[in-house]
Design a protein around this ligand. Structure first.
Ligand SMILES: Nc1ncnc2c1ncn2[C@@H]1O[C@H](COP(=O)(O)OP(=O)(O)OP(=O)(O)O)[C@@H](O)[C@H]1O
Ligand SMILES: [Mg+2]
Length: 317
């Protein structure tokens, strides 16, 4: 029977610079046991640096990282497999370091690698003989096989095709539910964040900082595609997310319609002018003011299942 753990990872007032480049500033958050937290933000905003600090792979310069979990496993953004070891031995690496006997570690590593969609024949291959997606599954297996209390993942699914992603999402959620792991996961994919996480931290760049936290109130196991699409769309509409990713503000449909109408009238005028010069003015009046619906993003109703909190206040709604 699972006992409920009260362990948590607490990050407080974290700041970091590489030489004179301030990369992170004023980072506060926590990850509790049994919780999946996604970290999203534009490329170069400091997500990997933050994860490395959380994992103790970089020395903390300012602020505090308090990891109360008994064991932590890390999956790097690049698979970082040992080139002289087979896929199976790469998966089993941490088990070897933990002193587990060869037969037992191979048994566990093989079972997990097969669950992650690798074939028996792949397990005897060396990293250079594996595709990018296979390498990232080996790297994920290497972290999961340790059954850690805290799992830190840096874009674990980015090299995988859509079918495999779905399968691995389920597997990660099963592992997480079975063991009550805490998971902190970087992703570029907002839909992935909405599908998997209990909370989403949105980072903005220069310096990297958390501008918004979203909490998703429906358990991941009960989210269907429609729920995920709707809430991803909501997330994409929020001003903080758009600003962070350098997207232009959402244009409200009525305003867009009016603007399009005005543009249509303006173009009409130009066409009519041209037509008058050509001596043929039939084309034109029919299109004036008849705006087409905007293509691309659609404005959806304010968040309901999605609760946004910023410094204790709602944001992004
Ligand atoms: N070891 C390092 N030395 C100097 N600068 C670094 C180092 N590691 C990262 N940086 C810089 O810190 C900034 C943040 O890098 P980081 O890898 O954390 O970004 P990221 O958000 O993970 O980006 P991506 O989404 O592209 O992976 C970048 O400007 C990067 O050049
Ligand atoms: Mg990164």
């Amino acid at each position: 029977m699972n006992t409920i753990s009260t362990a948590e990872l607490r990050v407080h007032g974290l700041a970091h610079a590489f030489a004179r480049d301030e990369v992170l500033s004023g980072i506060h958050f926590r990850v509790r046991a049994g919780e999946v937290v996604a970290l999203v933000g534009p490329s170069g905003c400091g997500k990997t640096t933050l994860l490395h600090l959380a994992a103790g792979l970089l020395t903390v310069q300012e602020g505090k990282v308090d990891n109360g979990f008994a064991s932590t496993a890390f999956m790097f953004q690049q698979p970082r497999l040992l080139p002289w070891k087979t896929a199976l031995d790469n998966v089993a690496l941490g088990l070897k370091a933990a002193g587990i006997q060869r037969a037992e570690r191979h048994f566990r590593a093989r079972a997990l690698a097969l669950r992650l969609g690798l074939a028996h024949r792949d397990l005897d291959k060396f990293p250079h003989q594996l595709s990018g997606g296979m390498q990232s599954r080996v790297a994920l297996a290497r972290a999961l096989v340790l059954a850690p209390e805290l799992l830190l993942l840096d874009e674990p699914f980015s090299a995988l095709d859509v079918g495999l992603k779905e399968e691995l999402y389920r597997l990660l959620l099963d592992h997480q539910a079975e063991r009550g792991m805490g998971v902190l996961m970087i992703t570029h994919d907002l839909m992935e964040a909405v599908r998997l996480s209990d909370a989403i931290l949105v980072m903005a760049p220069e310096p990297g900082r958390i501008v918004c936290r979203f909490e998703l109130d429906r358990p991941a196991s009960r989210r269907d595609d429609a729920w995920v699409y709707r809430h991803t769309a909501e997330l994409l509409q929020t001003p903080d997310v758009r600003t962070s990713f350098g997207l232009p503000p959402v244009v409200e449909p009525e305003r867009a319609t009016r603007a399009q109408g005005q543009e249509a009238v303006r173009q009409q005028g130009v066409r009519q002018e041209g037509a008058a010069q050509d001596g043929a003015g039939q084309e034109g009046a029919a299109g004036a003011g008849r705006a087409q619906p905007l293509s691309g993003l659609r404005l959806v109703s304010p968040a309901t299942g999605l609760i946004a909190v910023q410094g204790g206040k709602r944001c992004g709604a």
